[in-house]
Write a new protein. Structure first.
Length: 210
């Protein structure tokens, strides 16, 4: 199964991706996580994308397509994969179709901007195991501490009000056209991101079946 998750920042893509991986045994591909790793390593690629990422803009289509093209060749992708944060432009979606034929389903988690901005600034991530939390919608059991591994949680550099607003604008301008793109293909499933984490998961599972 080849799935794409579409949604503005903090719509709940990462949270739902984890549930989908657990149920369907798919590889998880988050282009944002891959780029953040490069930034943390201080690699040439990391240095190139660091400022673009913290401003809330997108890195170039060519660069991100090259990264995904390599990643989907890996063994763990043979059983299928979930793409989180890619494609983010129609050019990327067209290129993906060229690379893999076509996806099975694009899951669009729809949420209003006001809620998203509030969620963005309340988001926390575990630097050790990658688990993500939200002080409002998905809080850790002990504030500031990862439920899974006990590490102190951190905030992403682009999870500020200013960068958050820029990322929402970027989503509407460049990524929202993907909804129409996949609708036309007959592969779109839209779910209400305000209905609660469990209801969103159940709706997606019902759509994808066993
Ligand atoms: P994310 O973790 O998915 O919110 O991604 C964080 C940042 O990485 C984005 O704001 C972009 O700057 C960059 N990025 C991630 N995926 C892509 C993509 N598919 N195309 C362009 N830029 C991306």
């Amino acid at each position: 199964m080849k799935l794409v998750l579409i949604g503005a920042p903090a719509a709940g893509k990462g949270t739902q991706a984890r549930k989908l991986i657990a149920k369907y045994g798919l590889a998880y591909i988050s282009t944002g996580d891959m780029l953040r790793e490069e930034v943390a390593k201080g690699s040439e690629l990391g240095l190139k994308v660091k400022d673009i990422m913290s401003s809330g803009s997108l890195v170039s289509d060519d660069l991100i397509i090259a990264i995904v093209k390599e990643r989907i060749k890996a063994d763990d992708c043979k059983r299928g994969f979930i793409l989180d944060g890619f494609p983010r432009t129609v050019v990327q979606a067209e290129k993906l179709d060229e690379l893999i034929g076509s996806i099975d389903k694009a899951i669009y988690i729809n949420c209003p901007d006001e809620v998203l901005l509030e969620r963005i600034t309340a988001r926390e991530t575990c630097p050790k195991c990658g688990a993500s939390y939200n002080r409002i919608s998905v809080p850790s059991k002990v504030p500031g501490i990862c439920d899974v591994c006990g590490e102190h949680l951190t905030q992403r550099k682009d999870d500020t009000v200013e960068a958050g607003k820029a990322r929402l604008a970027t989503f509407h301008e460049q990524s929202e056209p993907l909804v129409a793109y996949y609708k036309k293909q007959g592969n779109l499933f839209e779910v209400d991101g305000m209905s609660g984490v469990e209801n969103v998961t159940n709706a997606i599972f019902a759509e994808l079946g066993d």
